[in-house]
Design a protein around this ligand. Structure first.
Ligand code: RIB
Length: 294
């Protein structure tokens, strides 16, 4: 039997509190919304579910609170096929994200709560899990020191690293030097380019541009990889789906362009249903979708 690629994600686990509305309120204004939903989310958990649906062996390293959200999210992740052995409950609240979706676009406020208990020491205690992975994927909804520790362990063990720098914050040149791919959106890319020399980022940037697709740079040349057109319901988690898809495609040996094309399809399909994780496709669905586009 083919060995499943081992994808390790160190990151956030949130309950998404989603309001659907036709209009976003101004400061001081109260409006009626149309719907309210509670959906599993968090960039780390979203990337983990995306990769698990695609058939990878996914280990998620993170923390949830001891509240009902934490318990519900762990049960949900397990049902999605994510290995939750290294998701630990810590006293207090689980991370939440208050999300407003208006005409398919979203705005989000994250309260990290338990996600900020993912410390460097916590990550160090998971050294073997990271060292035995084929690829490590990280975002920035946990403390930066934890991200740095995970990257240091991966680098020392020749494990490939994808860093999704969201939400953006200042990164050290040392961290960037140990990462193989960085996947900012256009806004995050601007800050990276303001704070880092071109050669530090060279060959690492995969810039996600929503309906415009993805841009990579090969031998100094920019290459655009177009997005797939779908009927968008909710873009929440589209970037996470792209990252999960990219990780799976890279560990299955696709070259960077092909891996980005695959990630684009995963991201596009994820937007066709409400909720960060509901629309995430299986590998078979992605292949059928790509064939249909040809
Ligand atoms: O990327 C989307 C995710 O960002 C949401 O699921 C929310 O939890 C926030 O972390």
């Amino acid at each position: 039997m083919e060995r499943k690629p081992r994808v390790t994600i160190v990151g956030s686990i949130n309950m998404d509190l989603v309001t659907i509305t036709s209009q976003v309120p101004q400061v001081g204004e109260t409006l009626f919304g149309e719907q309210f939903h509670m959906n599993p989310g968090g960039k780390g958990a979203n990337q983990a579910v995306a990769a698990a649906r695609l058939g990878a062996h996914v280990q998620l390293i993170g923390c949830v609170g001891t509240d009902t959200f934490g318990k519900e999210l762990v049960v949900h992740l397990e049902k999605q096929g994510v290995d939750v052995t290294n998701v630990e409950p810590v006293t207090g609240s689980t991370g939440t994200a208050s999300i407003t979706v208006a005409e398919g676009d979203n705005s989000i406020i994250v309260v990290p709560a338990a996600n900020y208990r993912v410390t460097a020491d916590f990550v160090e205690s998971k050294r073997d899990v990271i060292a035995n992975s084929d690829i490590l994927v990280l975002q920035l909804e946990i403390p930066l020191e934890a991200v740095e520790k995970a990257v240091e362990i991966a680098h020392a063990n020749n494990v490939k690293v994808i860093l999704n720098p969201a939400p953006i914050q200042e990164l050290t040149a040392e961290l960037i030097s140990k990462v193989d791919y960085i996947t900012p959106n256009e806004h995050e890319q601007l800050l990276l380019k303001q704070t880092h020399k071109e050669q530090e980022l060279a060959g690492k940037l995969i810039v996600t541009k929503g309906s415009q697709g993805v841009t990579i740079t090969k031998a100094g040349q920019e290459i655009q990889i177009p997005a797939y057109k779908v009927d968008v319901v909710d873009t929440t988690g589209a970037g996470d789906s792209f990252n999960g898809g990219l990780a799976c495609a890279l560990v299955r040996g696709l070259d960077l362009e092909e891996a980005c094309r695959f990630g684009n399809a995963v991201g596009a399909l994820s937007t066709t249903k409400l909720g960060a994780q509901s629309g995430m496709p299986t590998a078979e669905e992605v292949v059928a979708f790509i064939q249909n586009q040809a």
